[in-house]
Write a protein that binds this ligand. Structure first.
Ligand code: MG
Length: 243
């Protein structure tokens, strides 16, 4: 399987800084998105650190025998958590920083997905969209208990409150999933700046209509901004193609 991937990120219309990050390591089959949080510029430090540390750890384990994509991502997330936590203790203004993370690692037709926080991964397969991640957020928990509809969640005043984040405490647990890729699958990884403004069906329609991942990612970012751009917005679009 060959991955055709591209990403786009934008500060949005309300924030002064972009604390999101994304990374594409196409050769290694790794793509990820992170949404940093913390005062000053700490959120930006945390999301960048997560991206670099996951890239490094995944690449280091590329030739380790018997390591599945899931093993490699699990280790990478643990390592990124340690790195951010350690860094947060080196400067007062970095204290308490953290980040979300959603990462997809593909090896041949097998893939692993890891996530912490409320950044999401979607799979669009034959025109149908499926959210692959459960938000680790207050409103996400309420939705899973049936106490909140997706529309109400999108407008909830506490929709940004996370129940899990990377770099905040020791031994964070990532949700891990294994997938088998099919040709023409499209994955969308994104931060909450997108999903606050854009519905799942709209997202599916855009990636189904636009085959160039770069154009599709930009179109999604633009749509979030047209609708208010209340947060930083980051989108990575991955198309699975014949090798
Ligand atoms: Mg955000």
């Amino acid at each position: 399987m060959r991955l055709n991937a591209a990403g786009a990120t934008d500060v949005g219309r309300r924030r002064r800084m972009n604390e999101d990050a994304f990374s594409l390591s196409i050769e290694g089959g790794l793509v990820l998105v992170a949404d940093g949080m913390g005062g000053h510029s700490a959120g930006h430090i945390a999301s960048e650190l997560a991206a670099r540390e996951v890239e490094r750890t995944v690449a280091d384990a590329a030739h380790a025998e018997g390591r599945t994509p899931t093993d490699r991502l699990r280790n990478a997330v643990a390592s990124a958590n340690d790195a951010i936590l350690a860094a947060s203790k080196t400067r007062d203004e970095w204290s308490g920083m953290g980040t979300t993370l959603v990462a997809l690692l593909a090896v041949g037709e097998r893939a692993a997905l890891a996530h912490v926080g409320d950044s999401r991964a979607y799979l669009v397969r034959r025109g149908r969209v499926r959210q692959l991640t459960d938000d680790h957020s207050l409103v996400g928990e309420l939705q899973r208990r049936g106490e909140l509809t997706p529309d109400a969640a999108r407008e909830h005043p506490h929709r940004h409150v996370l129940t899990r984040a990377l770099g905040v405490r020791r031994g964070v647990e990532a949700d891990l999933a294994e997938l088998t890729l099919a040709v023409d699958d499209v994955f969308v990884l994104c931060t909450d700046g997108l999903t606050t403004h854009v519905r799942d069906e709209e997202l599916a329609e855009i990636v189904a209509d636009e085959h160039d991942p770069q154009v599709a990612a930009k179109a999604l970012v633009d749509l979030a901004n047209e609708r208010g751009g209340e947060d930083n917005v980051t989108v990575v679009v991955v198309r699975c193609e014949h090798a």
